[in-house]
Write a new protein. Structure first.
Length: 765
């Protein structure tokens, strides 16, 4: 039966839509009656006559009936606002009752005499309207003193303006009529109070600044105008003989007020978003009070106009005092928000603000970041208290050593920043070195003398480094390079930035290039030293970039490694190499192919588990594949690396140690691992003829490899002299430009056949 609640909700929604439709229809009906009755009643606009009365009275009765019905339906539809809406409906009923009593003149009289018993119903109507205003507001947090003062100023300004407009025309009669005049003006005064309540609710953030609020305000303005015109009639004739214009304004006013109540409630904005508007309202109300004092009426009406103006000024003055106090607090809070609590130097927020200001002026600009080396050891050895003391001493040294136009700040932990209006690299380097020497001076902490080293990274504003974020990022990149390098101070160089925007874009392009098949494999032959026969090829990846052309590995492999694309790239290279090898074998060309696998992919277990399946699917014997690994593969996890290589050998795949002699691994892996090949790095081969030590390293490595049953491969062979020397040493396989440069797989077949033909011709000769 879970469908029953859903049906009930759907039925409730349909009922709500019907009620909303009826509410809107009744509102339109009220306006329609008013628009039709007003021209008809204009046949006798001057006073209450039979023609006008025959039109006005029934029309007003119909309008108020429609409005009350509309409000009752709206209360039924929106239960959250039902009490407020019903209060408004009660107010309309009381006003209509009072109007009916006033319009029923005693026998023998054309109009009722002022005041009539129905006045009490009018008073009750105003009380119901006030109840509606106080019930129909958003329930928010309790207003602060500032909110009350702003509301008082806004309300006082409204009262001043209304008092001036209402009482000034009667200034001459006020002394003569006095209290009776006040009684006659009680209705416009109550209207002004209700309008003031609306303004105060907006100022207190109880009522939203919305179309509904504007409609409500216009309604009370019309109500004030209608009651004011009625008061004029009361005082002049002592009767209720007001004209049709007052009837039209009363009807329009209540139609607007009812329409506001039937609109959906709009939540007021938070105080922080409305503070600017509240300030404008306060200033405007104070200006109105000042204007009222400037044009105040004379005579007995004067106190009733001056008093609210004076009270408004007192409230505005109190609000100004609070505003000044808040401004001082805000200024202090702003200063503290830009100051590092520990060192007293400006903090990161101050740095970013200062950079933004200087960048806007276009002046020369540079950032130097200083980072302490070994600060963690001070904290760990002496405690955080001593570490904080060290930072305070360093901050004091920086502040005293630098000129006033250089901003020194602490960004956090042990990192400091200098902002200079300078772009000369030599001068910036000199400043950084001076600061490093300054920080290196001995510091006494807890009875110990400590010298602190620091690294410096420098970023200079250029067309490419044009934002505060760019400057800080580039200086941080240079700082990291300085901590790794020997100099300790580095100026940012885009060519050395591994994390630049262009490299990030290159990584994304590579990701798409892998999916589109833009990576290709080229091959460089490896020749047997004794016979000259091609025994294997090394697979070398290339990228056919759609706009940059053919890219070598050094141009994109670092980006692939940072972006985590190496596993996928290795899969592509292995699959392409094995597929090409299968194609060559089908043409009668039996060679081996060597593929370099980086340590993370070798040890990660994401690439090699599928290798056996690929070999079997292409029909390639496993011993025709040589996996080249570097010595650093064994540094982090030697046991795991040993298990992986043994697994490769169990499948029949050959394993070669690439770039032998450039790492720092133990020679124990040569004894314990099932290897087949040692590949001597080109750095030794290129100096073979000029450096006796290089010759000795190659010779002893070759003897060691042969003693362990391994073959040796020398890469980077570029001339016949190197070839002859390596042959005398006894190297097994040679690779280099002397024989061939890397070439696409489809070219390798033709090259290999031509190479074999040349060898055969040489042997026959």
């Amino acid at each position: 039966m879970a469908w029953k609640p859903a049906l009930a909700r759907a039925s409730a929604r349909r009922g709500r839509r019907k009620i909303d439709y009826a509410v809107s229809l009744l509102g339109a009906l009220a306006w329609l009656v008013l628009l039709i009755a007003a021209p008809l009643g204009a046949l006798n606009l001057g006073s209450r006559g039979t023609v006008a009365e025959s039109v006005a009275v029934p029309s007003m009765a119909l309008i108020f009936l429609a409005l009350v019905t509309r409000l009752v339906l709206a209360a039924a539809a929106d239960r959250e606002r039902r009490y407020a809406t019903l209060s408004l409906a009660l107010g309309l009923v009381l006003w209509a009752g009072g109007s009916a009593q006033v319009n029923s003149a005693p026998s023998g009289a054309s109009v009722a005499q002022f005041p009539a018993p129905g006045e009490w119903l009018f008073v009750g109507s105003f009380l119901a309207l006030a109840a509606y205003l106080f019930l129909d507001v958003a329930s928010r947090v309790r207003p602060s003193v500032t909110d009350w003062l702003e509301a008082a100023v806004a309300s006082g300004g409204a009262i001043c303006l209304v008092a001036l407009l209402v009482l000034t025309p009667f200034a001459d009669d006020f002394a003569r009529q006095g209290v009776p005049l006040l009684v006659a003006l009680i209705y416009p005064a109550m209207d002004a109070v209700l309008l003031t309540v609306v303004i105060a609710q907006v100022a207190l953030h109880k009522r939203a600044v919305s179309t509904g609020t504007a409609v409500l305000g216009v309604g009370f303005v019309l109500l004030t105008a209608a009651d004011t015109s009625g008061s004029v009639v009361f005082l002049s004739s002592g009767t209720y003989a007001y004209g049709l214009l007052a009837d039209v304004m009363w009807c329009a006013a209540y139609i607007l007020i009812a329409d506001s109540a039937c609109r959906p409630r709009v939540e007021p904005k938070p105080v922080t978003e409305s503070s600017a508007a509240g300030g404008r309202v306060t200033v405007g109300a104070a200006a109105v009070a000042l204007g009222v004092l400037a044009v105040q009426p004379s005579g007995a009406a004067r106190p009733y106009v001056v008093a609210p103006a004076v009270l408004t000024f007192i409230a505005a003055g109190a609000r100004l005092v609070i505003a000044l106090r808040e401004a001082r607090r805000a200024a202090e809070a702003y200063r503290l928000s830009r100051t590092d609590e520990l060192s007293g130097l400006p903090n990161r927020r101050a740095v970013t603000t200062d950079l933004a200001d200087r960048l806007a002026t276009g002046e020369p600009l540079s950032v130097i970041l200083l980072d302490l080396d070994g600060f963690k050891e001070v904290n760990d050895s002496l405690g955080h208290g001593s570490g904080d003391g060290l930072l305070k001493i360093i901050a004091r040294r920086l502040r005293h050593a630098l000129p006033d136009d250089v901003m020194a700040a602490r960004l956090g932990s042990d990192e400091f920043a200098l902002i200079l209006a300078e772009t000369n690299p030599e001068l910036l380097t000199q400043v950084a070195e001076d600061m490093r020497r300054l920080l290196r001076r001995p510091i006494h902490l807890d009875g110990l003398e400590i010298s602190v080293e620091a690294s410096a990274g420098i970023a200079v504003r250029t067309e490419e480094i044009a934002t505060k974020g760019d400057l800080l990022r580039c200086a941080d990149v240079a700082l990291h390079q300085a901590k790794k390098g020997p100099t300790g101070t580095v100026i940012y160089d885009p060519a050395q930035d591994e994390y630049s925007r262009s490299r990030l874009a290159l990584a994304e392009e590579l990701r798409h290039g892998l999916e589109r098949g833009e990576l290709v494999v080229w091959y460089q032959p490896q020749v047997e030293a004794e016979s000259g026969e091609v025994v294997s090829v090394e697979a070398l990846v290339r990228w056919k970039h759609p706009s940059q052309g053919l890219l070598a590995p050094f141009a994109f492999l670092p980006a692939a490694r940072r972006a985590g694309l190496m596993p996928r790239l290795t899969e592509v290279v292995l699959a392409s190499a094995i597929r090409d090898l299968a194609g060559w074998r089908s043409q009668g060309l039996d060679v081996c192919v060597a593929v370099n696998v980086a340590p993370p992919e070798l040890l990660g277990g994401t690439v090699l588990p599928e290798l056996g399946g690929v070999l079997a699917r292409e029909g390639v014997p496993a011993d025709r594949l040589i996996v080249e690994v570097t010595e650093d593969s064994f540094l982090a996890e030697p046991d795991h690396a040993r298990r992986v290589i043994q697994q490769l050998r169990s499948q029949g795949v050959q394993v070669s140690i690439d770039d032998y002699g450039t790492g720092f691994s133990s020679l124990a892996y040569l004894r314990d691992l099932p290897l087949q090949e040692l590949k001597i790095d080109r750095t030794f081969v290129m100096n073979l003829l000029s450096d006796q030590r290089s010759w000795m390293i190659i010779d002893t490595t070759n003897q060691l490899a042969h003693g362990l049953g391994l073959r040796t491969v020398a890469e980077g062979v570029e001339d016949e002299d190197q070839r002859a020397a390596l042959g005398r040493i006894g190297i097994d396989v040679l690779q280099g430009y002397l024989f061939a440069r890397p070439m696409p797989g489809e070219h390798f077949v033709g090259w290999l056949r031509e190479h074999r033909e040349v060898r055969a011709a040489a042997q026959r000769a």
